[in-house]
Ligand binder design. Structure first.
Ligand code: NAP
Length: 261
C-alpha cells in the first residue's frame, strides 16, 4: 500500500487554486501527490465538474482505486466535496471516516470492440436527420424507433442527458439502466415509444441502425463521439464498477433539490 494520490483537474484557475490548497494539506499529512497517473495509488482525487470526473474515470486503468471529487464545476453530481471543506475532507480521509459506493458502468459491444460508459451510451444522427433503429430487449423485438436517437443511461447518468430528454431520475446505487428516446416520431407510419424504459441488472439492449441511416450515425460515450460503420450494438451492465467515496449519504438528494428545483 502506497501513500500516493492521483490528481485529475480541469484547466480553470479556480481548480488550480483549490489544487494548491489541498496539495499542501495532503503533503503535511504525509501523502505524495501525483498529476501523472500511478496505478498503485490509494485515491483518485478529481478537481473540476462532472465532465472532469468522467474524463478521470476514462483515463483510469485500475478501478480498485476509489474516486472522490472536489466541485469547481457547475453541477457537480459526482463531485461531493465543496472547495471550502477540503480540510474536513482530509481529516475524514485520514481517519477512514467515509463509505464507498459502487457506480455501475455500461458496456457497449460492437462486433470487435467494446466501450465502457459511466453516464450513458447514445446513438444519434451526426446530421440533422432522422435515425431509424430496431430495438430489442433481452432478444425480444420492442420497436422500430424513429427519431433523433436513443440514450441508454446508468442510474448516476440519469441526471445528465437522459433527464433533459424526459427520462426519470434513478437513485445512484440502483442496479439497472434506462432507455430514453430523443425526440421520438409518432405518426401513422412510425410508432416509437415516447417514454423511458427502466431495465433491471442482467438485461441486454440490442440496437440495429437501418441500412439507409448507417452512413450518418454517431455513437457517443459519456459525451465523446465515436464514428464507425458498425450498425449493430449491444448494451449491458459491465461487471466493472467505479468506487466512489461517499461522505454524506444525503448529498444526492441535496444535489437534486439544489441543482434542479
Ligand atoms: P458538457 O457538454 O461540457 O457539459 C455537460 C453538463 O452536464 C455539465 O454541466 C456537467 O456538469 C453535466 N453533467 C455531466 N454528467 C452529469 C451527471 N451524471 N448528472 C448531472 N449532470 C451531469 O460535457 P461534459 O462535461 O464532457 O459531460 C458529458 C455529458 O454531457 C454527457 O455524458 C451527457 O450526459 C451530457 N450532455 C447533456 C446534454 C443535455 O442535457 N442536453 C447534451 C449533451 C451531453 P458539470 O458542470 O459539473 O461538469
Amino acid at each position: 500500500m502506497t501513500n500516493t494520490i492521483n490528481v485529475f483537474k480541469n484547466k480553470s484557475k479556480y481548480s488550480a487554486s483549490v489544487y494548491r490548497k489541498i496539495r499542501t494539506i495532503l503533503e503535511k499529512n504525509g501523502y505524495i501527490i501525483n498529476t501523472q497517473y500511478k496505478s498503485d495509488a490509494i485515491l483518485n482525487l478529481v478537481i473540476g465538474g462532472d465532465g472532469t470526473f468522467l474524463h478521470a474515470v476514462h483515463k483510469s486503468k485500475n478501478f480498485d482505486i476509489p474516486f472522490v471529487g472536489i466541485n469547481t464545476g457547475h453541477l457537480g453530481f459526482y463531485q461531493e466535496i465543496n472547495p471550502d471543506n477540503v480540510e474536513d475532507f482530509v481529516k475524514r480521509f485520514v481517519n477512514k471516516d467515509y463509505n464507498i459506493e459502487n457506480l455501475s458502468l455500461l458496456e457497449t459491444k460492437f462486433r470487435n470492440r467494446s466501450f465502457l460508459s459511466l453516464n450513458e451510451t447514445v446513438v444519434k444522427s451526426s446530421k440533422n436527420q432522422i435515425l431509424r433503429l430496431k430495438v430489442f430487449i433481452d432478444g425480444n423485438f420492442l420497436e422500430n424507433f424513429s427519431g433523433d436517437g436513443l440514450i441508454v443511461s446508468t442510474p448516476h447518468g440519469s441526471t445528465a442527458y437522459s433527464l433533459s430528454c424526459g427520462g426519470a431520475i434513478l437513485y445512484q446505487s440502483l442496479e439497472g439502466f434506462q432507455l430514453t428516446p430523443i425526440a421520438p416520431v409518432s405518426s401513422s407510419t412510425y410508432r416509437s415509444l415516447k417514454n423511458s424504459i427502466v431495465c433491471p441488472k442482467g438485461s441486454k439492449i440490442d440496437i440495429v441502425v437501418s441500412k439507409r441511416d448507417n452512413k450518418h450515425m454517431v455513437y457517443i460515450f459519456d459525451g465523446k463521439d465515436f464514428f464507425t460503420k458498425e450498425y449493430k450494438i449491444s448494451i449491458e451492465m459491465s461487471s466493472e464498477k467505479v468506487k466512489k467515496i461517499v461522505l454524506d449519504k444525503n448529498h444526492y438528494w441535496f444535489n437534486i433539490k439544489d441543482k434542479f428545483l
